[in-house]
Design a protein around this ligand. Structure first.
Ligand code: NDP
Length: 445
C-alpha cells in the first residue's frame, strides 16, 4: 500500500474502530485519490480527504413498536448526514438485520461521490435500521415505520435531507413513512423519494437504478464496439435493482439466466423472459416469497446458499448486496469469459476481486457510477415536487439516459489510462473534484 494511504488509513481506523465496511470503502477511494491529491496541494492543505471521511452528523435513535401479538419490540434507527456541500443530504434507508454504523457510513461515504457524479445538486447521506421486514405483517411494518419516522422527521426536510429506499425499503415502506411525516408535521412536502405516482412520485423512479445500470453497461460496451443484444447475463438479487436490470436487459435483447436471494440462486438456461419476470415481481413484491419457488414453477435448477458467479456469462450484474463477489468468484467470471461487470449493488465486489477485474482489463463499472441512476432520478423527483408537476415517462427516461452517458463521460475523462479506462479511478476522481472544490469555496466549516 502507498505510504500516504497507509498513514491516512491508520487514522481512519483509529477514529472508527471495528467499522470494517467503512474502512474498505474509504481505502478504495483513498488509493484512487492520493496521487491526485499529492499533485494538487490545495486539497491536501485543506484536509479535504480527512474532512470528507467524517460525517457532518450521525443520528442514532430508539425505535420501539408493538408486534401483532401485542409484544413490544425494539430496534435501532440511524441517519448518517455525510456531506451537504453541494446540496441536501440524499441517500436511501436500509431495513435489514445486518444494518450497523459501519455499513451505513460506508454507504453514506460512497453516496457523496456518487451524487456528485450525477451532475445534480445533491449531497450524500444514508440511514436505516436493523429491523427485519421479512416475515412481518403489513401492520407490523406500518407500526415500525411510524415509530421510525416519529424521530426521523426532525432531522429531514426538502432542503435538508431527503431519504429514499434501499434494501428492505420499497414502495410500501416509503408510503408508511411519508404518511407519518405528513401527519406529524401537517405538511405535504417532498421529504422522501420513491413515492407512489398518485402522491408525488416520479415515473421511472422504481426502474431507474436497474435501467441506469444497463445504460451505463451499454456505454462501457460501446468503447469496445460491443452491444448488449445477444449477450448472456448473470444477475444476482431479485429485489428492485435486479428486477429492473433484468427488464431492461430483456428489452435490449440480452438473455438473463440467473437471479438469487439471500437463501440461494436459480439458473434458467433458456433465459428469463418478460412473463417469467412478471412472476418474479409478483413473487417478491407482493407475495414476498423466496426465489426457490421460481425453480419449482419453471423446473429449473436451484442452488441453496449459492451466488451466480460460477455460471458462464458475457456480462455480470451484481444487484444484491455488499461483498457478494469474492476474489475467487471474480477469477471465475474472468476465466469463464465475462467481459463486463456493472454493479447495481453498492460495493458488491471485494477489493481483491476488483483487482482481478482491473488486471484482466475487463469493463468494470463500480457501483458509485453504474448504479447512480437511482439517486439521479430521485433528484428528478425532487425537482418535480418543487415545481409541483409531473414529467412523462419518456421525458424522465431520456434524462436518465443523458445522465448515465454523462457519468460515463466523466469516468472516461478522469479514468483514461492509455487505451484502457479505469472506471474506479475515473468515478472516484470525478466525484471528488466537484465536492472538494465546493468545500474549498465554502471555507472550513
Ligand atoms: P431489495 O431489498 O429490493 O432487494 C435486495 C435483494 O438482495 C433481495 O433479493 C435480497 O434477498 C438480496 N440480499 C439482500 N441482502 C443480502 C445478503 N446479505 N446476501 C444475499 N442476498 C441479499 O434492495 P434493492 O434492490 O433496492 O438493493 C440492492 C442493492 O442495490 C443494494 O446494494 C443497494 O444498496 C443497491 N442500490 C439500490 C438502489 C435503489 O434505488 N433501490 C440505488 C443504488 C444502489 P432477500 O429477498 O432474501 O432479502
Amino acid at each position: 500500500m502507498d505510504k500516504d494511504v497507509e498513514a491516512f488509513m491508520e487514522e481512519i481506523i483509529t477514529r472508527n474502530p471495528g467499522e470494517n465496511e467503512f474502512h474498505q470503502a474509504v481505502q478504495e477511494v483513498a488509493e484512487s485519490l492520493m496521487p491526485f491529491i499529492n499533485k494538487n496541494p490545495k486539497y491536501k492543505k485543506a484536509k479535504i480527504l480527512e474532512r470528507i471521511a467524517e460525517p457532518e452528523r450521525v443520528v442514532m435513535f430508539r425505535v420501539p413498536w408493538t408486534d401483532d401479538a401485542g409484544e413490544i419490540q425494539m430496534n435501532r434507527g440511524y441517519r448518517i448526514q455525510m456531506n451537504s456541500t453541494i446540496g441536501p443530504y440524499k441517500g436511501g434507508l436500509r431495513f435489514h438485520p445486518s444494518v450497523n454504523l459501519s455499513i451505513l457510513k460506508f454507504l453514506a461515504f460512497e453516496q457523496v461521490l456518487k451524487n456528485s457524479l450525477t451532475t445534480l445538486p445533491i449531497g450524500g447521506g444514508k440511514g436505516g435500521s436493523d429491523f427485519n421486514p421479512k416475515g412481518k405483517s403489513d401492520n407490523e411494518v406500518m407500526r415500525f415505520c411510524q415509530s421510525f419516522m416519529s424521530e426521523l422527521f426532525r432531522h429531514i426536510g426538502p432542503d435538508t435531507d431527503v431519504p429514499a429506499g434501499d434494501i428492505g425499503v420499497g414502495g410500501r415502506e416509503i408510503g408508511y413513512l411519508f404518511g407519518q411525516y405528513r401527519k406529524i408535521c401537517n405538511k405535504f412536502a417532498g421529504i422522501l423519494t420513491g413515492k407512489a405516482l398518485n402522491w408525488g412520485g416520479s415515473l421511472i423512479r422504481p426502474e431507474a437504478t436497474g435501467y441506469g445500470c444497463v445504460y451505463f453497461a451499454e456505454e462501457m460496451l460501446k468503447t469496445r464496439k460491443e452491444a448488449i443484444k445477444g449477450k448472456i447475463c448473470t444477475v444476482s438479487g431479485s429485489g428492485n435493482v435486479a428486477q429492473y436490470t433484468t427488464e431492461k436487459l430483456i428489452q435490449l435483447g440480452a438473455k438473463v439466466i440467473t437471479l438469487s436471494d439471500s437463501s440461494g440462486m436459480i439458473f434458467d438456461p433458456d433465459g428469463i423472459d418478460e412473463k417469467k419476470l412478471a412472476y418474479v415481481m409478483e413473487l417478491k413484491n407482493i407475495k414476498r416469497g423466496r426465489i426457490k419457488e421460481y425453480s419449482e414453477k419453471y423446473g429449473v435448477n436451484y442452488e441453496a446458499d449459492k451466488r451466480p458467479w460460477h455460471i458462464e456469462c458475457d456480462m455480470a450484474f451484481p444487484s444484491a448486496t455488499q461483498n457478494e463477489i469474492s476474489k475467487d468468484e471474480a477469477k471465475m467470471l474472468v476465466n469463464n469469459g465475462c467481459i463486463c461487470v456493472a454493479e447495481g449493488a453498492n460495493m458488491p465486489t471485494e477489493p481483491a476481486g476488483i483487482q482481478v477485474f482491473l488486471d484482466a482489463k475487463i469493463l468494470y463499472g463500480p457501483g458509485k457510477a453504474a448504479n447512480a441512476g437511482g439517486v439521479a432520478t430521485s433528484a428528478l423527483e425532487m425537482s418535480q415536487n418543487s415545481m409541483r408537476l409531473q414529467w412523462c415517462r419518456e421525458e424522465v427516461d431520456e434524462k436518465l439516459q443523458w445522465i448515465m452517458k454523462n457519468i460515463h463521460n466523466s469516468c472516461v475523462k478522469y479514468g483514461k489510462e492509455g487505451n484502457n479506462i479505469n472506471y474506479v479511478n475515473g468515478a472516484n476522481l470525478a466525484g471528488f473534484v466537484k465536492v472538494a472544490d465546493a468545500m474549498l469555496d465554502q471555507g472550513v466549516i
